[in-house]
Design a protein around this ligand. Structure first.
Ligand code: TQI
Ligand code: ZN
Ligand code: ZN
Length: 169
């Protein structure tokens, strides 16, 4: 079953058309950016929210970046595996990914020769759920279930995720 953060924070009615931007210093490829476009679409199709990429990192509602180790928010990344990414509850909008991971951007993570390979879209869909106000789910099929194995892919919202997000939006 889905959960929310304490106090059930969510993006207010006045902020349902959200913008997102990528940390300029990361110089991310279009392939990486399109993974996030797809991940946002999965949530926008089941809610009244829209997500639009903007070039202005400073003005964006949602700020996405890859960082290694201590990156100034009190939640340092820990190198390969362990913590893969984190996102803060509404309306922080910060979505951070551990730059030390072997991220699989395109191609099939399940057949990767790298045992520690992590599927970027799977993690992106999960972290966007947090950004929007979902906590963890007790249902294994859910995107918001708190465990994923390396070399696995889970990107489709389960009915539990959809019911949860539709309570908020
Ligand atoms: N990062 C944790 C997560 O996103 C961070 C975290 C721990 C957290 N407890 C939390 C965030 C409570 C919000 C609320 O869950 S992680 C997965 C999963 C991680 C884990 O790197 O461990 C995914 C990132 F669920 F699959 F295990 C992405 Cl998909
Ligand atoms: Zn961070
Ligand atoms: Zn989580």
């Amino acid at each position: 079953h889905y959960s929310f953060f304490p106090g059930t924070p969510r993006w207010p009615d006045s902020r349902r058309d959200l913008t997102y931007a990528f940390e300029p210093e990361n110089n991310l490829t279009d392939d990486v950016k399109s993974v996030f476009t797809r991940a946002f679409e999965r949530w926008s199709t089941v809610t009244t929210l829209t997500f639009t990429q903007t070039a202005s990192f400073y003005d964006a509602d949602i700020k996405i970046g890859f960082f290694v180790g201590d990156h100034g928010d009190g939640e340092p990344f820990d190198g390969v595996l362990g913590t893969l990414a984190h996102a803060f509850s509404p309306t922080s909008g910060r979505l951070h990914l551990d730059g030390a991971e072997t991220w699989v951007v395109s191609g099939d993570v399940t057949t990767s020769s790298e045992t520690s390979a992590v599927d970027l879209e799977s993690v992106a869909v999960h972290e966007i759920g947090h950004l929007l106000g979902l906590g963890h789910s007790s249902e294994e099929e859910a995107i918001m279930y708190p465990t994923i194995s390396s070399r696995s892919r889970k990107v489709e919202l389960a009915s539990d995720d959809v019911t949860g997000i539709q309570q908020l939006y």
